[in-house]
Design a protein around this ligand. Structure first.
Ligand code: HEC
Ligand code: HEC
Ligand code: HEC
Ligand code: HEC
Ligand code: HEC
Length: 274
């Protein structure tokens, strides 16, 4: 799909006589605002299209294009019109919550409740996700972590049978992943927690969720929005797992944190695509 999309944007722009700068600007705008997909592809495609459309420099001897090429402008304009219709469809599709997976809430092997454990019982996120401040990934707890309590609490519970079985067999519990970026994206939890970005900004009020679901789009545009201006999301490192934390209006100064933590979030492609 992105290939057709790219080709149509290119031909539309070329038909309108756009130069390279306008063309790449248009492509960037379309992609960043409507569909972050396939930017390099578009850039490559446009370069090819430009190369194909610019006259060979300097031609060794005059070259006559076949007569049918006179129709090229009309043809590409026509392709452009279809491209526009196509773009509208793609834009609608990109914004539908289904494609950004917001609300994705799979069935889990155990009806574990964050609302109960992290909310009511007040267990800190790092008790179970104990690598979140040190590594790229936030680990999921082994059955042994659950058994710290459940070897004495609710020992006969039917709901906890898979936990007891996993603990005895030394097998991991097979939790279904909820948040999952494509493989070509690099993400790092520790970098964000050390920068004072709390879990709540990317995962919502997990401490109120009976079943965790994805609450943010996790798209490139969403990542970049914060990398361009993280100020509204900054807080002290000590409060990153306190999902209810909010800045004290008036006395809180994000600039002080930016200086203290030496923050310069990058928007270079290589930051997230390595
Ligand atoms: C007692 C252990 C425990 C505590 C405390 C805990 N979690 Fe979890 N967390 C889990 C388990 C088990 C799963 C996997 C099952 C599920 O998704 O509910 C999980 C899953 C998640 C997921 C979804 C992971 C995915 O697959 O994408 C997020 C996000 C999350 N936890 C955030 C938090 C936050 C934020 C806190 C603190 C407010 C927290 N957790 C506290 C045990 C815990
Ligand atoms: C710090 C202690 C503690 C830890 C660690 C803990 N739990 Fe719990 N869990 C509790 C308490 C307390 C209850 C509520 C018991 C009650 O309602 O009587 C509970 C209740 C539950 C229930 C409901 C049981 C039922 O029969 O209704 C499930 C399911 C559960 N926990 C799963 C887990 C899983 C899975 C883990 C590990 C990821 C875990 N718990 C870790 C303390 C803990
Ligand atoms: C800047 C945004 C951001 C912050 C802050 C953040 N997360 Fe995540 N989290 C993500 C993204 C994005 C993923 C999916 C990562 C992937 O697919 O590679 C994720 C995945 C997870 C997972 C699944 C395992 C994994 O690492 O892929 C857990 C568990 C989790 N987060 C817990 C937490 C907890 C607990 C906190 C706070 C202590 C937290 N996250 C803070 C964005 C964030
Ligand atoms: C709520 C704000 C926020 C969101 C959302 C966010 N980031 Fe960041 N990100 C930051 C800040 C702040 C830093 C730290 C910059 C620094 O240390 O100078 C950072 C740093 C990073 C780094 C650098 C890690 C390193 O090794 O140096 C990567 C990679 C990154 N973010 C990827 C992502 C991706 C991918 C997403 C979207 C899935 C994302 N971020 C979403 C605020 C955010
Ligand atoms: C802060 C992190 C971040 C930065 C910086 C970033 N990207 Fe991305 N990019 C992402 C994420 C996250 C996705 C996955 C979005 C999704 O699945 O909707 C993505 C997706 C893409 C895709 C989509 C591929 C596909 O198959 O749909 C392309 C192409 C891309 N990025 C190119 C770029 C280029 C070019 C740059 C530099 C101008 C860049 N990215 C900078 C985070 C980033």
């Amino acid at each position: 799909m992105p290939h057709i999309f790219d080709a149509t944007i290119c031909s539309l722009s070329l038909a309108l006589g756009a130069d390279e700068v306008t063309l790449l600007r248009t492509v960037e705008l379309v992609h960043l605002h409507y569909s972050p997909a396939a930017t390099p592809m578009t850039a490559r495609c446009c370069k090819e299209a430009l190369l194909a459309s610019s006259p060979p420099d300097p031609p060794p001897r005059p070259f006559l294009f076949p007569r049918w090429t006179n129709q090229l402008r009309e043809i590409s304009a026509l392709v452009g019109v279809f491209g526009l219709v196509y773009a509208v469809i793609v834009v609608g599709w990109t914004f539908s919550p289904e494609t950004s997976a917001i609300g994705y809430e799979p069935d889990q092997p155990v009806p574990y409740s964050h609302r109960l454990h992290a909310g009511e019982l007040g267990i800190d996120c790092r008790y179970c996700h104990n690598t979140v401040e040190k590594t790229a990934r936030a680990s999921l707890p082994p059955a042994a972590t659950c058994m710290n309590c459940h070897s004495t609490i609710r020992t006969q519970s039917e709901a906890l049978a898979p936990v007891r079985a996993a603990y005895e067999d030394g097998e991991p519990l097979r939790w279904v992943r909820i948040h999952d970026l494509p493989d070509f994206v690099y993400f790092n939890h520790s970098a964000h927690l050390n920068a004072g970005i709390g879990c709540v900004h990317c995962h919502g009020r997990v401490d109120r969720m009976e079943v965790v679901s994805q609450r943010k789009p996790l798209t490139m545009g969403w990542c970049l929005g914060c990398h361009r201006n993280p100020r509204p999301f900054l807080g002290p490192r000590s409060e990153t797992t306190n999902l209810a934390w909010a800045p004290d209006q008036g006395s809180f100064d994000p600039e002080a944190l930016i200086a203290a933590y030496d923050l310069t979030p990058s928007t270079d492609c290589s930051t997230c695509h390595r």
